[in-house]
Ligand binder design. Structure first.
Ligand SMILES: *Cc1c(COP(=O)(O)O)cnc(C)c1O
Length: 449
């Protein structure tokens, strides 16, 4: 069938596709037919062999399934990267998912005060929770941390000077560059110090010679300076800000509420530490180490909280009700002291090596039983999400010896559900620390045996 005229017409295929019409509707089905026919035509024109007539309808069906499947698709994360930005960062707790379902499924008291029977504040509940959990005077939430930093700078330093160390002018990833965000807020960037060393006297000199409206500290997140380096400690930056009666804006990035050092990791700055140091405006993410939904959380001093809330950008960056519901439920886990049991990110961080070992051994045996060459080896899980650069947790990996590891990874990604794993040495490795549904992973692997 190398002749364009031998391809069936759209109408002819439509007539054969009655069940597709019922499921997907006439317009979409017609689009899918056209798309498959177009593809066949271009294959013919370039001298290739087009699909057989009998293959057209199955292709049309595949295309319709692909176009209409729910997205984002569920993926199994066997990489051992706990907060994997490409895979959606933090999975939510059951309670957070339930709270989202409630908010999504019907009406809610989102902006309604049930006691008084009148309009209420959409933020009151989450603000209250944040103040309790962090000990801050004020709290506010926007869409994400980039938005939180933009809002803070716009409200507090627009067309005025914002002081920052050259060592903190970093790019976090995903297009977030500290200097670009500062520029967007129309704050004038005043850089002090050098890439590796910034001293207190550098800040002092700028504070007495320039008009400065805020001092900014940005956590370098996924980047680590080692060797001959100096940064001014947060408490001293707060002192300097208080001396000039200006705010210190602390972009913590991940911002942990629990101490990662208790779980064998490096210490990631906690929100409570920034609050205790007296930082005036502290920004951090909802979906990194907090383990909740996407959110840009701002806590700090009451006077600055009020300024931020009143700024027009606050409305533009407003968080949606589903994320608010999930964030509140996640914060409740911290209040109740159950974060490590309930929040997936913290469950994974605190998972004992002995348990991973046990599961990995049983996994490897079951894979051997279906013909794989599998063994359990030492490895490292990482936290990811721009937190704790270089910080890893010892883990036990299931390593498969495969003829063509790259091809095997591709086949895993095309499975249902898709599995994302990695190659170490020349073996395909799976880290069960981040696998939430282990029987499903075993099932997926067995299918590829
Ligand atoms: C991750 C990060 C951000 C961006 O956070 P989003 O919630 O993704 O917008 C900003 N600043 C720092 C220091 C970060 O680590």
């Amino acid at each position: 069938m190398n002749d364009l005229r031998q391809l069936p017409s759209v109408d002819k295929l439509l007539a054969q596709a009655s069940s597709l019409l019922e499921t997907y509707g006439r317009s979409l089905t017609t689009d899918a037919i056209r798309s498959v026919l177009d593809e066949a035509r271009s294959i013919i024109r370039s001298g290739g062999t087009p699909p057989d007539q009998s293959e057209l309808l199955p292709r049309i069906t595949d295309r319709l399934r692909e176009w209409t499947q729910s997205r984002p698709r569920a993926v199994m994360n066997a990489t051992g990267v706990i907060i994997h930005t490409n895979l959606g960062r933090a999975p939510l707790s059951t309670e957070a998912i339930n709270a989202m379902t409630v908010a999504a499924a019907g009406y809610s008291d989102l902006e309604y005060d049930l006691d008084r029977g009148e309009r209420g504040s959409r933020m009151a509940a989450v603000e209250d929770l944040l103040k309790r959990v962090t000990g801050a005077e004020a709290a506010f939430v926007v869409n994400n941390t980039a938005g939180a930093a933009l809002l803070a700078l716009s409200a507090l330093a627009s067309s005025k000077g914002a002081l920052i160390s050259r060592g903190q002018l970093v790019e976090i990833g995903g297009g977030f560059r500290v200097p670009d965000v500062m520029e967007q807020s129309s704050a004038k960037l005043i850089e002090v110090g050098t890439t590796n060393r910034t001293h207190r006297r550098d800040y002092e000199m700028a504070l007495v010679t320039k008009e400065v409206a805020a001092i900014v500290r940005a956590h370098s997140s996924n980047f680590r300076a080692v060797g001959f380096t100096t940064e001014v400690p947060l408490t001293e930056l707060v002192e300097l800000a208080n001396w000039k009666n200006i705010p210190l804006i602390d972009d913590l990035g991940s911002g942990a509420l629990l101490d990662t050092a208790e779980y064998g990791l490096a210490h990631e700055p906690t929100v409570q530490e920034s609050v205790a140091a007296g930082a005036h405006v502290i920004c951090f993410s909802g979906d990194k180490l907090l383990g909740g939904p996407q959110a840009g959380i701002i806590v700090g001093k009451a006077q600055y909280g009020e300024l931020l809330k009143k700024h027009p950008l606050a409305r533009a960056l407003r968080m949606d009700k589903l994320d608010l519901a999930a964030l509140s439920a996640t914060l409740v886990h911290y209040l109740k002291g159950e974060a490590t049991q309930k929040i997936p990110v913290w469950r994974m961080i605190s998972l004992p090596l002995s348990e991973i070992e046990l599961q990995a051994q049983s996994f490897a045996q079951q894979l051997q039983a279906v013909g794989f060459t599998a063994e359990v080896i030492d490895g490292q899980s990482t936290v990811g999400g721009g937190s704790l650069p270089g910080g890893t947790l010892p883990t036990r990996l299931i390593a498969l010896t495969i003829n063509n590891p790259d091809d095997f990874l591709t086949r895993l990604r095309h499975g249902d559900p898709p599995v994302v794993a990695r190659i170490e040495g020349d073996r395909v490795v799976f880290d069960l620390r981040t696998v939430m549904d282990r029987p499903a992973l075993l099932h997926a692997l067995r299918q590829l045996a």
